[in-house]
Design a protein around this ligand. Structure first.
Ligand code: SAM
Length: 213
């Protein structure tokens, strides 16, 4: 990629990367806690974090479950370089887009993605990639802003005006439907607030144990 990324998401995170952990510390630790609470770790050996950013989720997993095989992808080289310094060589970090994951079918037990879904230009394609790389019976856990909360709706309108990187937020019902359309089953969703402004949701889905891979 060139020195000045043309993609607004890449431009935003190239500028923010070095300061991201400090600036978003409260928000990231609150959403991380909620996300990991929704994961069933039994039978999980390999984890992919999609849009892993500076690696907050992966670092927590590395601490709490050192036996896991951890992999992360992110579109921003700058965010990945902060993650690399934090996580060391034990975690496999790849420079890639959620919409085109560089892995064979069915290799992960768990796919997580935190605070990033609203950036994805092709959410259905990203979900179908997450589905593809999960093994049959594998789990998907996504946390992101939720458009059910009026504060988030207001924020989304403001971000659409001010930042080209912002794609869109989803209502909880839309989010469930997106997962179901991608083939996920037993879809469950939990909403939560981390403060007066940020209202989020964690959605969990399972790839059917048999059937299309
Ligand atoms: C708000 S940060 C979240 C990072 C991390 N998951 C966390 O919770 O701290 C959003 C991240 O999404 C990444 N991103 C946005 N669109 C992406 C895409 N289509 N594919 C991969 N990464 C993407 C950005 O580069 C950025 O690192």
């Amino acid at each position: 990629m060139s020195d000045t990324p043309p993609d607004p998401v890449l431009r935003e995170y190239a500028e923010l990367a070095q300061d991201y952990d400090r600036r978003w510390a409260f928000y990231v630790s609150a959403t991380l806690r909620e996300t990991l609470e929704c994961v069933q770790f039994e039978g999980v050996a390999s984890v992919l974090d999609v849009a892993c950013g500076t690696g907050a989720v992966l670092a927590a997993l590395q601490r709490q479950h050192p036996y896991l095989n951890l992999v992360g992808v992110d579109a921003s080289a700058e965010m990945l370089s902060v993650a690399r310094a934090k996580l060391g060589s034990a975690v496999d970090l790849r420079h890639a887009f959620a919409e085109q994951l560089p892995f064979p079918d069915g290799v992960f037990d768990l796919v997580v993605s935190a605070n990033s879904f609203h950036y994805f230009q092709q959410p259905d394609r990203a979900l179908s990639e997450m589905f593809r790389v999960l093994r049959p019976g594998g789990q998907l856990v996504i946390t992101d802003w939720c458009d059910d909360y009026w504060t988030c709706r207001a924020c989304s309108v403001w971000l659409r005006w001010t930042r080209h990187s912002h794609h869109r937020l989803y209502r909880s019902r839309e989010c469930r439907d997106l997962l179901t359309s991608a083939g996920f089953q037993q879809v469950a969703l939990r909403r939560f607030k981390v403060n007066w402004l940020w209202g989020l949701m964690t959605v969990i889905g399972h790839k059917p144990p048999f059937g299309p891979s």
